[in-house]
Design a protein around this ligand. Sequence first.
Ligand SMILES: [Zn+2]
Length: 367
Amino acid sequence: MINNERLIERFMRYVKVSSETGNEKEFSELIVEELKDLGLDVKRDHAGEKIGSNTDNIYCLVKGEGNKSRIYSSHMDTVKPGININPVIEDGYIKSSGDTILGGDDKAGISVIMEALTCIIEKNAKHNTIEIIFTISEEGGLNGSKNLDYSIINSKEGYVFDSGGKVGSIINQAPSQKKLRIEITGEAAHAGGEPEKGISSINVGAEAISKMKLLRIDEETTANIGTFRAEGATNIVNPKAFIEAEVRSLSEEKLKKQTDHMIEVLESTAKKYGAKVKIEIDHLYTAYKYSNDDSLIKEIEKTMKYLGINVSKQSSGGGSDANIFYQNGIKTVNLGFGGNHAHTLKENLKIEDFQKLAQITYLLMTE
Ligand SMILES: [Zn+2]
């Protein structure tokens, strides 16, 4: 059902065209060209200008028979260092030559979608309605999918191929995340002459953090301080400190409870010392959680089992474009693409897994 040789060749070709976040233009033009060569009509939105990327999200509708309609999505951007990638094949794996990432995250996903689609069109195979979305700027904030024009999408269900690890992993739950930016303002004073007249923002921040419940909160919830920054001369009671923190949870209720707890501790500690605290909160993405009986989950499971693939339903610790699609009314599940050590120079892709993923994709599109 899949041309394995062409799949590998395709992947090698894709990763050689660099597309670090914000600079996806050259790669996106290659994909648009290939979709057009398949006789398809390609649309772009205007997401790029809103988020500082040199190109936009790609959308392509391939109308099929029957009522079944799904989105198939992967992101076009990669992390750094992703320029001049030289993929090599060794012992059943594709890896980079060691001085860059590989870019399997997420060009493995793009390759399987493109290959399955090419096979369908070549063979004139019967297929469902396929809506392809290739996003920009997924890394560092899911910004492409956040700024996608959802008015052009009809599907209510879909797949994202963007989870590391074995093919057969189905991410059936992923958390919500909030980010907190905190500014503590105290009062400057000469540290040697009259320190009692000052309010140390550092002391306030440190005391607040020490009172906070952090890291693993419960099996569904985590919280972490990523930044605690204050700089100044030792002879001045420091009046300004910055903290950046995050909270994640599979439960919206627990997410709120933990966020409220951190705010409360910051505010009460600031009050105790007469400092001011300004807190900005961003809701980065919303959790999704699908039950074992969910029709979409059952459908993928059936396809994987048919191909003899071990299915493993997993909870993810992070968000993906699937969370943003879910927020926009499209029940989307993230699937493992067979990659390892993503975002590092050791990144690799297991060829056997990669080929299986292409078969899964073909079956999902045609069954
Ligand atoms: Zn990714």
